[in-house]
Design a protein around this ligand. Structure first.
Ligand code: SF4
Length: 231
């Protein structure tokens, strides 16, 4: 009899635990959905594309990217060497516009810049991809990744500037991977930032063509050319 009573009590307890567990799942489910909608996977599904600023249209829907000295000739449906620029029906698109996969606040000395606003902090961003593939790369997990292989936060230039202001920093650093390959995002952000008194710093391998660099320099306040490697 006592055993039956104990079993009944156990069943009741388990039933209550199950009930409240389900109840709490229902309660939190909207948040789970919301977090998925904001996640990188959902973001990539939106497929936001930005037409490249520097390229030539060639015969048979081929294009030639004019952003860096590789000058990739890209057939329809293919990507350039950096894997973040794709030819879709004869139009070259950046696949990483507004999709930073790294967002951190770093000391400016980490860029490394030692004579530019010393002791200040830089709101630092990068997307996936690079136009080099150095075996010693410090950030190979993101520099050698395709855009769909990394997690990212969707941040249009305007939203990024708002985050910079809220962070209390006054510098944006384009860094970690190779900023040249996310040129359109960097250019639009830098232009907007400059108009609002925010400074722009580029940490680059320097593998960029002259014309895109000249255009970008209108909005840059400092640059460091080096390779990011383990030493
Ligand atoms: S930016 Fe990318 S697609 Fe363009 S030339 Fe350089 S490696 Fe090729």
């Amino acid at each position: 009899m006592n055993l039956n009573k104990a079993l009944a009590n156990l069943k009741l307890t388990l039933g209550l635990v199950l009930f409240f567990s389900l109840l709490s799942l229902c309660f939190y489910f909207p948040d789970l959905i919301a977090s998925f909608e904001n996640s990188s996977i959902a973001g990539f599904a939106q497929e936001t594309l930005k037409e490249a600023y520097f390229y030539k249209k060639l015969d048979n829907q081929n294009v030639q990217c004019m952003l860096c000295p590789r000058r990739c000739i890209i057939p329809p449906g293919k990507r350039g060497y950096c894997e973040v620029r794709e030819n879709r029906n004869g139009v070259l698109y950046s696949l990483v516009y507004a999709k930073p996969c790294a967002v951190h606040i770093d000391p400016i000395e980490k860029k490394p810049l030692f004579h530019f606003l010393p002791s200040s902090y830089a709101f630092s961003i990068a997307t996936a991809g690079c136009n080099l593939d150095c075996v010693f790369c410090q950030n190979w997990q993101i520099s050698q990744a395709r855009p769909e292989e990394v997690n990212y936060t969707y941040l249009e230039p305007e939203e990024l500037i708002e985050k910079v202001k809220k962070s209390g920093t006054t510098i944006i650093a384009y860094t970690y991977t190779e900023p040249t390959i996310f040129y359109e995002y960097m250019y639009d952000t830098a232009k907007l930032a400059k108009s609002q008194g925010i400074k722009n710093v580029m940490h680059s391998n320097g593998h960029i063509n002259e014309e895109p660099l000249r255009q970008l320099c209108k909005y840059l306040d400092a640059a460091n050319i080096d390779l990011k490697g383990f030493s």
